[in-house]
Write a protein that binds this ligand. Structure first.
Ligand code: GDP
Length: 419
């Protein structure tokens, strides 16, 4: 099946619990390694007199990527029976969080790994908490190194109960808790005689269960206006379709002004007419059936499914600036091409993701996460992240520098009636 839906995953867990080993195994068991690669690495290890480690595979792929040897390995990918899995790098703690929250990488699902001998550690719980924070709802827990506990069902049950309780308390009930030995391969792609007492999915089967994100073309139309051009007396509104689809004849509304028009023609920018429906990801120029005031930063949507026009936004942000963000602070808020001056009305939560605890709520310190209420100087048409992940993100600037970013959690409806 060449058209498997794609799912993006992160693999998280305490250092040394076996993340790299599991990735190496997954690549091998799903037949995703270049021919001869494994044999080559095993031979090199033997020659150097060191035991082979599955994590060498990852190191080798990483080196090739850095040196630009392999072309198509900007991301690690492999296939299961019904999914194309893309592995998102989860490097440093802060970087991982920053990338996830600013949208550089959004995971559909996660594997949380626990060493069967060491059990659930603080870092394991923290990573569970981060998944919750980042809105990753599909989590499978992998209890690794079962060989170190003689494949004991009792030890597995203990860990399963502890981690399930933690995750369920955070609102992220695990899809599955899977006993494996990543080093030896038990439970990764095939069930193992050594774990006969377990009848749930293997890791690969659990990945098959992940629901892919809704494709952006299935969401409501959002066309942020990038520019307006005059061309042969025609006025062309240009932008990239962030979500949804459009065709000529559609009735659209221009937000935040709320003015309505019909699409007269759709062309690829600059001037080739386009036939039929155009979908998310495409840059287009459209002409309208009437002259309306439109400016860069407006959002074009369909009548009936327009974003909310708001002056108040509730957001979850990751803060990067040296100076903590506090109540009353003046900031610049950017939502895609739109921006507005704004002030912080309230800091509702501030969390140090390293400590896993809520800290004092008066301000959000550098590398901390928080929930805030923002009042905008001008109304902006905004979507919550849950409704539209392509649009529902914000970036905060202070003195012309990016100081934070995150997800729009909710939007207060504006005073103006929205068509
Ligand atoms: P990471 O830091 O989470 O990426 O952990 P690694 O994948 O580098 O593994 C840490 C160590 O645990 C390495 O020495 C691995 O060989 C070892 N390891 C990983 N999986 C298993 C396993 O299933 N059984 C045993 N006994 N050791 C394992």
């Amino acid at each position: 099946n060449p058209t498997r839906p794609q799912v993006r995953i992160v693999i998280v867990g305490h250092v040394d619990h076996g993340k790299s080993t599991l990735v190496g195994r997954l690549l091998h068991e799903t037949g995703s390694l270049p021919d001869g690669k494994l044999e080559m690495l095993k031979a090199v290890s033997a020659r150097r007199g060191m035991p082979f480690e599955w994590s060498f595979l990852l190191d080798a792929l990483q080196t090739e990527r850095d040196q630009g040897i392999t072309i198509d390995t900007t991301q690690i990918r492999f296939r299961t029976r019904s999914r194309e899995v893309v592995l998102i790098d989860a490097p440093g703690h802060a970087e991982f969080l920053r990338n996830m929250i600013t949208g550089a990488s959004q995971a559909d699902g996660a594997l949380l790994i626990v060493d069967a001998l060491e059990g659930v550690r603080d870092q394991t719980r923290r990573h569970g908490y981060l998944l919750h924070l980042l809105g990753v709802k599909q989590v499978a827990v992998v209890v690794n190194k079962m060989d170190r506990v003689d494949f004991s069902a009792a030890r597995f049950d203990e860990i399963r109960d502890e981690i399930s309780a933690h995750l369920t308390g955070l609102g992220v009930a695990p899809l599955a808790v899977i006993p494996i030995s990543a080093r030896d391969g038990d439970g990764v792609a095939t069930s193992s005689l050594r774990i006969r007492w377990y009848d749930g999915p293997t890791v690969v089967e659990a990945l098959d269960l992940l629901e892919p994100a809704r494709p952006p073309e299935q969401l409501a139309l959002r066309l942020p206006v990038q520019a307006i051009y005059k061309f042969d007396d025609r006025r062309i509104v240009a932008g990239r379709i962030e979500s949804g689809r459009l065709s000529s004849g559609d009735e659209i509304v221009i937000m935040p002004a709320g003015k309505i028009a019909k699409i007269k023609s759709v062309e690829s920018w600059p001037v080739t007419p386009l036939k039929g429906e155009q979908t998310a990801g495409r840059s287009v120029g459209i002409t309208l059936d009437r002259e309306l005031f439109i400016e860069r930063g407006d959002i074009i949507a369909h009548v009936g499914s327009a974003p909310r026009d708001t002056r108040r936004i509730h957001a979850r942000i990751f803060w990067l600036h040296d100076k903590p963000l506090g109540k009353g602070d003046q900031i610049l808020v950017r939502l895609g091409p739109r921006e507005s001056r704004a002030s912080v009305v309230a800091i509702e939560k501030a969390v140090d993701p390293g400590e896993l605890s809520s800290v004092e709520t008066a301000s959000i310190a550098r590398n901390h996460v928080g929930e805030i209420d923002i009042a905008l100087a001008q109304p902006i048409a905004a979507d919550a992240y849950a409704a539209n992940p392509r649009i529902g993100r914000l970036v905060i600037e202070v003195n012309g520098r990016i100081a934070g970013g995150g997800l729009v959690l909710s939007v207060d409806a504006g005073q103006r009636a929205v068509p």
